[in-house]
Design a protein around this ligand. Structure first.
Ligand SMILES: Nc1ncnc2c1ncn2[C@@H]1O[C@H](COP(=O)(O)OP(=O)(O)OP(=O)(O)O)[C@@H](O)[C@H]1O
Ligand SMILES: [Mg+2]
Length: 230
C-alpha cells in the first residue's frame, strides 16, 4: 500500500531567545491511504507539535516529512500552500476560524482559494455545514457560535475540499458523545469514498479505539500503543 504521509527521524526543539525546549526525538511514522491513526499523549507531550510538522505548518529541527513521496522541505512557500489546500485538511486544536467571516464564508474559503466561484464554493460549504448539523447557523460569526459549533465549522472547513489526509487536533474535544459520534461517521464516510487518511490527536478513548492504529507520544518518542492500554 502506498503511504500518503511519512516522516523520518524527526527531531523538534523550540528555540525562544535563550531557551531551548526539546519536544520530539527521532520520530518516524508512515501513514497509508485510507488509514486511521490516533495519537495519544499527556498534555505538553508534543501531539500538536507533531501534527503541525506533518501538515507543513512548522518545520522539524532535523529530519523530513514526505507527502506522497515529496519532501515538504523542498517545496517553496507557494507550492506548500497549494499542496496543503489541495491535499490536506487541518482541524486545529483551537479551531482558527476567521472572526470577521460567517460560518458559511469560513467553510467556503479553501474552495475560493482553490479557484471555485463564490456560488459553487458556497453550495458545497452549505452542504458540508448541513452534514455537521449547522444548517441553521450559516450566517453566524464565530463569536456568535458555541464552542462545539465553532469546532464543527472548523471540521466542515477541513473536509469540504475532500482532502487525501485529514490532520485533526482534538476534533471532538468540545462535542458531546452523540455529536462526536456523528463527526466520526462523517470522517469514515469520507474515508470510504476518497481513501482519506486520518491522523487524529485525541483524549477521547472511545474515538481512539475505533482507529486502525493507536500511537502514543511518551518522553518525546512515538510508541505503538494498543486499544487495551488506552
Ligand atoms: N512555540 C513554542 N515555543 C516554545 N515551546 C513550545 C512552543 N510550542 C509548544 N511548546 C512546548 O512544547 C511542548 C509540546 O507542546 P504541544 O502543543 O505539542 O503539546 P500537546 O501534546 O499538543 O499538549 P495539549 O494536550 O495540552 O494540547 C510543550 O511543553 C509546550 O510548552
Ligand atoms: Mg495540543
Amino acid at each position: 500500500m502506498q503511504d500518503v504521509l511519512r516522516c523520518h527521524n524527526i527531531h523538534k526543539s523550540y528555540h525562544d531567545g535563550r531557551n531551548v525546549t526539546p519536544v520530539l526525538h527521532d520520530v518516524s511514522l508512515s501513514i497509508n491511504a485510507g488509514e486511521h491513526v490516533a495519537i495519544l499523549g499527556s498534555s505538553g507531550s508534543g501531539k500538536s507539535t507533531l501534527l503541525h510538522l506533518l501538515g507543513g505548518l512548522d518545520t522539524p529541527s532535523s529530519g523530513e516529512v514526505h507527502f506522497k513521496g515529496k519532501s515538504l522541505n523542498s517545496l517553496s512557500a507557494n507550492a506548500l500552500a497549494t499542496l496543503r489546500n489541495e491535499e490536506m485538511g487541518f482541524i486545529y486544536q483551537f479551531h482558527h476560524l476567521l472572526g470577521e467571516f460567517s460560518a458559511l464564508e469560513n467553510v467556503a474559503m479553501p474552495l475560493r482559494i482553490r479557484g471555485l466561484s463564490a456560488s459553487a464554493a458556497q453550495e458545497k460549504a452549505r452542504a458540508m455545514l448541513d452534514e455537521v448539523g449547522l444548517s441553521h447557523r450559516l450566517d453566524h460569526l464565530p463569536a456568535e457560535m458555541s464552542g462545539g459549533e465553532r469546532q464543527r465549522t472548523a471540521i466542515a472547513r477541513a473536509l469540504v475540499t475532500e482532502p487525501s489526509v485529514v490532520l485533526a487536533d482534538e476534533p471532538t474535544g468540545n462535542l458531546d458523545d452523540t455529536t462526536g459520534d456523528q463527526i466520526y461517521k462523517l470522517l469514515t464516510a469520507l474515508s470510504e469514498q476518497k481513501r482519506t487518511a486520518f491522523v487524529v490527536v485525541t483524549h477521547d478513548i472511545s474515538l481512539a479505539k475505533k482507529m486502525d492504529r493507536v500511537l502514543r507520544i511518551k518522553d518525546g518518542r512515538l510508541v505503538q500503543s494498543s486499544a487495551e492500554e488506552v
